[in-house]
Design a protein around this ligand. Structure first.
Ligand code: FUB
Length: 309
């Protein structure tokens, strides 16, 4: 009995391992996680699912932050559709990056003309307030889901798209670009093989997330709507050539979409995604979540399982 008591006491007194309580946000429905590491904190930019009964009711973006990946601070909504005079609806998946002390948040929206376009908002702090940097879309190809990446040489790239995969080289001001938006070739070698849809031969669907680690470029994406899974490709450069590397997260929980974001923080690697794990959760009532993982020695990413779905 004494031995059992001591073991129980030891277990109770031992510090619990740093792990997130999933879903990260349990007070509202959140979607499309985009983490940013800055000054010892992880800032998490999300969308907000506001109505289970209709197709994507999303009017604002929200910010959360944490110093330990366990306790999260709610920073409210420092950016919404009303921040963009040219927007009408659909505050969908974006990403924020820091450059020279300013924070640039790239977000897709439906314009008043009914097209999907990408705007850029700017702030002096990762929690805002953010304001429309341009007063008009940054790019307008009628496609969604921007991801932004600054290479070691200072060149910044914006990627986005569904059904295509677009990119443009951003200028150093981060709110204008050089040249014209161009498409990354969607080859089956680069992005896997989709069967059953002659118009979409590869697995790439949407939600690209581009980053570089140990000299290797990663393009993680949501694959094959509409029971999306998360897959990835790698390349020796920011524009390819891409090689398909397989699945990271095979499911989407009770949502029909999933959406990736990956960062390294405090010596660990973290994979953010969304599902429908909260009560009442589903395709239009999603929740962001996170899993810690380790890259294999060759830089490949293991299969990651949702802790709650
Ligand atoms: O949240 C709206 C859309 O659903 C996003 O833009 C896509 O990535 C998918 O998650």
């Amino acid at each position: 009995v004494l031995a059992v008591l001591s073991l129980t006491l030891l277990t109770l007194l031992a510090p619990s391992p740093a792990r997130a309580d999933n879903p990260i946000v349990q007070t509202i429905y959140t979607a499309d996680p985009a983490p940013l590491v800055h000054n010892g904190r992880v800032y998490l930019y999300t969308g907000h699912d506001e109505d289970a009964s209709t197709y994507f009711t999303m009017k604002e973006w929200r910010v959360w932050s944490s110093a330990d990946m366990v306790n999260w601070t709610d920073h409210g909504s420092p950016l919404d559709l009303a921040s963009f005079s040219w927007a009408s609806s659909n505050a969908w998946a974006g990403q924020t990056v820091e450059r020279n002390g300013k924070f640039y948040w790239y977000v897709p929206m439906t314009t008043r003309a009914g097209r999907m376009a990408i705007g850029v908002a700017v702030a002096d702090s990762p929690t805002g307030p953010f304001r429309d940097a341009l007063g008009h879309p940054l790019v307008d190809t009628n496609q969604i889901d921007p991801t932004v990446f600054i290479d070691d040489d200072g060149q910044a790239y914006l990627y986005w798209g569904n059904p295509d995969l677009w990119y443009v080289r951003l200028n150093a001001d981060m709110i204008s670009y050089a040249g014209s938006p161009a498409k990354i070739p969607l080859t089956t070698a680069g992005f896997g093989t989709r069967t059953g849809d002659a118009n979409r031969p590869t697995l790439f669907e949407e939600g690209p997330w581009v980053y570089k680690r140990s000299g290797l470029y990663y393009l993680v994406f949501a694959a094959k709507c509409c029971s999306e899974f998360i897959a990835y490709s790698t390349a020796p450069g920011p524009l390819g050539p891409w090689t398909y590397r397989g699945t990271i997260m095979p499911t989407q929980g009770s949502s029909f979409t999933n959406h990736p974001g990956i960062v390294d923080f405090n010596g660990g690697s973290y994979f953010f995604y969304h599902n429908g794990a909260l009560p009442g959760g589903g395709g239009y009532t999603r929740s962001v979540a996170v899993e810690k993982f380790s890259y294999r020695a060759d830089g490949t990413i293991p299969t990651i399982t949702m802790t709650a779905a």
